[in-house]
Design a protein around this ligand. Structure first.
Ligand code: VGL
Ligand code: ZN
Length: 201
């Protein structure tokens, strides 16, 4: 069983959004096409309460993209984004949401960010996705979406650590790319045994 995991294809990560990833909307059509070739389709949705601790506005004197120490380690501060129920948190209007078996929300704990679809940024609090996949007999994952260097990377590395076979379709991802983070993410995924395909072949 092979699942397609579509990471955070939401308005705030697309052009015009609060944390727009360059080229974000370009990947939607290709992702929709890929859904038909997988046994299961899972969408993740970044889903923060107002005043989330990953927001720079929650830290007086700090600006977006500053890095602060949180109890669980270093945390990049972001502009307010993907606030629960807001238009920015909605999926891109062209994404085929109807094809999803599961929509997994993450980042809903005010004190902890969650880049990965499997564990929050404390690296220990599970989202439940591993159990869902395992109980459905899913062993192989294809990952696409936003952003390559944050939520896609963290999800892919956790999936490898959990024993899944993981392919990231880099052509159907886009990166935020802070200080070379896109290249670093590709190298880290390579080292972890994540297959990275640039086109379907
Ligand atoms: C993401 C930063 C903050 C992502 C989510 O989806 O990659 N990045 N929240
Ligand atoms: Zn977020």
């Amino acid at each position: 069983m092979q699942a397609l995991i579509v990471i955070d294809v939401q308005n705030d990560f697309c052009e015009g959004g609060a944390l727009a990833v360059p080229g974000g909307a370009q990947i939607v059509a290709g992702i929709n096409r890929l859904m038909a070739t997988h046994d299961a389709v899972i969408l993740t949705q970044d889903w923060h309460p107002a005043g989330h601790m990953s927001f720079a506005a929650s830290h007086p004197g700090r600006a977006p993209f500053d890095v602060v120490d949180m109890p669980y380690g270093a945390q990049v501060l972001w502009p307010d984004h993907c606030v629960q129920g807001s238009p920015g948190a909605a999926f891109h209007r062209d994404l085929n949401v109807d094809a999803a078996d599961l929509i997994l929300r993450k980042g809903y704990n005010r004190q902890i960010d969650s880049y990965s679809a499997f564990f929050e940024n404390d690296r220990t609090t599970p989202t439940g996705l591993a159990g869902y996949l395992t109980t459905r007999g899913i062993t192989r994952l294809t990952m696409v979406g936003l952003a390559l260097d944050y939520c896609v990377q963290y999800s892919a590395l956790d999936a490898r650590a959990l024993g899944f076979d993981v392919t990231v379709r880099a052509d159907l991802c886009r990166a935020i790319d802070l200080d070379g983070s896109a290249q670093a993410a590709k190298q880290a995924m390579h080292r972890a045994g994540v297959h990275q395909e640039t086109a379907h072949g």
